[in-house]
Write a protein that binds this ligand. Structure first.
Ligand code: GLA
Length: 387
């Protein structure tokens, strides 16, 4: 979808990742990671700004963030680099060989009012971030990424946060995440929650982040070394994701009007919601929040078997109650679950296509599963590298 995952827009900025090497990754793509930022840093002048933001994968807790529920994503070691030589009031950014973005700062007038008309379309996320930062000093440079496109790994949130940092944002991870969320709403029109941006802003190496989206409090949860995290693409580009996402969110809000905040709602109350669709949507949110809590506990006690079972249950709930899966995602989950080295798998992110996340034994090779596969590691959050 255009929102959380940049899948719905022209992903030139996020999509042209050839500069960083081949990240189709069927296997070990670690060689490409973080190298861009490091190399640019070494070559940078004092006036060169470089910022990097990871993508994220959600281990469990989908379609709960905007309902004030729990989520457990992690920032990953694939991400977006923004680099430019600072100066002037114009921002010119290239991405691959496509048409560059050219913006006058501060972004104002018709550009700010109709972001959805801005071309190239990835520039909408850049412009929205520039508006939120209130940037007045621009520059000339480029954007590159190691993130796969349209995969549910939050390439647009990664882009927005990297741009905000490059343009001089200075504040806490939560403030950065909120800024990114506002930029996402403005650029894509998708009413996303805070999960993606907060995971990207506040990530910690070796940890997932347990976020209570009602309070926006978060705490790191160690990922034990008895598991590795894989992301497998279903091969399906996400379809109808933007409108369906907004529709799902509206349904959870309608259900919450009947039974109160869904994350804590009484189960009997949920089962007595008259409308069967709202009842299913509410049941998913409530049960998913429970699963997030139990999953975090399973990680803390190094119990990957239970964690894997919870992932399977999460997928079933997203498929049956929330109805955001597609057959290719279901088949991928079944294929992965049949493998002895996999503890569990589920769709990750908004659904409607995109990727599955799997928890596997260390040393597993899932590179032949799905249309592309990435072994990902929990990474630190977004940061400015120079400037
Ligand atoms: C997208 C949104 C997030 C979240 C997920 C589903 O990634 O951007 O806020 O709602 O979908 O969990």
């Amino acid at each position: 979808m255009g929102g959380a995952d940049a899948g719905g827009h022209d992903n030139t900025a996020n999509g042209d990742n050839t500069a960083n090497g081949d990240n189709t990754a069927n296997g070990d793509n670690t060689a490409n990671r973080d190298n861009t930022a490091t190399a640019v840093h070494a070559a940078g002048s004092p006036d060169t700004v470089v910022a990097w933001a990871p993508g994220r994968v959600n281990l469990i807790g989908d379609h709960t963030d905007y309902a004030g529920g729990l989520v457990l994503p992690m920032a990953i070691d694939l991400g977006t680099t923004v680099r430019f030589d600072r100066g002037g009031t114009h921002l010119r950014l290239r991405s691959g060989r496509r048409r560059p973005l050219s913006l006058d700062l501060p972004v104002a007038g018709s550009v700010a009012r109709s972001l959805s008309d801005l071309e190239p379309s990835w520039g909408r996320f850049v412009a929205a971030a520039a508006i939120e930062v209130g940037a007045t000093i621009g520059g000339d440079g480029e954007i590159s990424t190691t993130l796969p496109v349209g995969a549910g790994l939050s390439s647009s949130a990664s882009l927005e946060l990297a741009v905000a940092l490059a343009l001089g944002f200075d504040g806490s991870p939560l403030e950065l995440a909120r800024l990114g969320q506002r930029a996402e709403h403005a650029a894509s029109g998708v009413p996303c929650g805070i999960m993606d941006q907060l995971a990207i802003a506040a990530g910690t190496t070796g940890h997932a982040l347990l976020i209570d989206c009602a309070t926006e409090r978060y705490q790191p949860v160690v990922i034990p070394d008895t598991v590795e995290v894989w992301v497998l693409h279903s091969g399906v580009k996400r379809r109808l994701a933007d409108s369906a996402y907004a529709e799902r969110r509206a349904a959870t809000e309608a259900a919450a009007e009947v039974v109160g905040p869904l994350a804590q709602a009484n189960l009997d109350d949920i089962e007595s919601i008259p409308d069967p669709v709202l009842r299913r949507r509410a049941r998913h949110v409530r049960s998913e929040c429970d699963r997030v809590q139990r999953f975090a506990a399973a990680l803390a006690t190094d119990d990957p078997t239970t964690a894997g079972e919870l992932m399977e249950a999460s997928h079933a709930s997203l498929r049956d109650d929330f109805e955001v899966s597609v057959s290719q995602l279901d088949e991928l989950v079944v294929a992965l679950s049949a493998r002895p080295e996999v503890f569990g798998a589920r769709l990750t992110g908004a659904g409607f296509g995109g990727c599955v996340v799997a928890l596997a034994r260390p040393g597993s090779n899932l590179s032949g599963v799905g249309s592309a596969a990435w072994l990902v590691r929990a990474s630190d959050g977004a940061r400015q590298i120079t400037g």
